[in-house]
Write a protein that binds this ligand. Structure first.
Ligand SMILES: NC(=O)c1ccc[n+]([C@@H]2O[C@H](COP(=O)([O-])OP(=O)(O)OC[C@H]3O[C@@H](n4cnc5c(N)ncnc54)[C@H](OP(=O)(O)O)[C@@H]3O)[C@@H](O)[C@H]2O)c1
Length: 317
């Protein structure tokens, strides 16, 4: 496994990381539905650690908190081998303060995440989204306090537009508060929106990008050719199946390159994305262990400049 610094921080993260969004039962009261049983999830997490993956991404609301409990069980006795990243923001209850980036919600939710994860510190605590109702200084002071208390080691954000991230860095700077070291955007060959503003900001400011949906929901595995496979995400989410059709020409180019290199389309698409500027790690969402085993084959080699360009042209920004 290859490791790089998370932005300009000293923390070394694996180029491929593991996401817990899929882990847990399908009908939680809050948060997204899961797909993988707790037993299979733990097997996948252990296999990921054995493959050298050290960064594992979670959120307080994934499968209503079950995903954090599963990760907590899986890392018992292995805590030091793992960089635990989790998030706070999304709705976790019916009350007016059961969501967002207020000091009240952050302070309450960090305790819930620590309990579910069975640990006394979170390596990377991320603001899951922008809270337009809370001043950035209030949230950043709360995060800074958590770092001083030893409950959190680094902070990051997710789904922040470039200007909000730039403002956050400025607020931290002028108030001498801890700064975000990373941002977690949606970025893949099928979604290159970050290239306009967020990515150049990250390059300039030394912010590490940790990518979600790096395979466009699975489209870049090439499995949607002609039909929607049973049990796939596209079978549950019509938008994924529709997107697969829209990107069919690009996927054909991806398959050609994969064949030339004796790699799979998934591996080639992931190699393209991890070699883009400012990218530290791409988070794998997997529904089966074999997918993870295939996807780690994206690391420890590099596409030529020519292939990088062919792919960039085949999936226009
Ligand atoms: N910050 C945020 O707002 C946010 C949002 C979304 C996700 N995330 C994080 O990012 C992680 C990954 O996101 P994502 O699940 O959308 O990523 P993705 O890589 O775009 O899609 C993953 C899906 O693609 C399919 N797949 C993966 N590898 C495959 C392979 N080798 N062959 C065939 N199919 C394959 C699987 O779906 P099927 O088998 O079901 O087809 C898998 O669940 C999440 O777990 C979560 O930690 C964060």
């Amino acid at each position: 496994m290859e490791y790089v610094r998370l932005g300009k921080s000293g923390l070394k993260v694996s180029r491929i990381s593991l996401g817990c969004w899929n882990f847990g039962s399908p009908n939680p009261p809050w948060g997204k539905a899961g797909k993988v049983t707790p037993e299979d999830s733990i097997q996948i997490i252990h296999a990921a650690i054995d493959m050298g993956i050290n960064l594992i991404d979670n959120a307080n609301r994934y499968t209503g908190g079950e995903a954090e409990e599963i990760l907590g069980k899986a890392i018992k006795g292995k805590r030091d081998e793992v960089i635990v990243a989790t998030k706070v923001h999304g709705e976790v209850g019916p009350g007016p303060n059961d969501k967002g980036q207020s000091r009240a919600h952050i302070m309450k939710e960090v305790e819930n995440s620590l309990r579910r994860l069975g640990t006394d510190y979170i390596d990377l605590y991320q603001a899951h989204n922008v809270d337009w109702d809370t001043p950035l200084e209030e949230s950043l002071r709360a995060y800074d306090d958590l770092i001083r208390q030893g409950k959190v080691r680094y902070i990051g954000c997710s789904n922040f537009p470039a200007w909000v991230l730039a403002k956050s860095l400025w607020v931290s700077d002028v108030n001498k508060l801890a700064s975000f070291v990373s941002v977690q955007p949606n970025y893949s060959l099928t979604n290159r929106a970050v290239e306009k503003e967020l990515q150049p900001l990250c390059v300039d400011q030394g912010i590490g990008m940790i990518l979600y949906s790096p395979m466009g929901g699975g489209i870049l595995s090439g499995k949607y050719e002609g039909s929607v496979p049973e049990g796939s995400r596209g079978a549950d989410e019509p938008a994924v199946a529709e997107k697969a059709q829209r990107f069919q020409n690009g996927v054909n180019q991806l398959k050609d390159i994969a064949e030339q290199l004796d790699k799979t389309p998934a591996q080639v698409s992931l190699n393209w994305i991890i070699n883009r500027p400012a990218v530290s790690s791409a988070i794998m969402g997997v529904s089966r262990l074999e997918q993870l085993q295939e996807n780690v084959g994206a690391v420890d080699w590099k596409l030529s400049e020519e292939h990088m360009k062919l792919l960039s042209d085949a999936f226009p920004a």
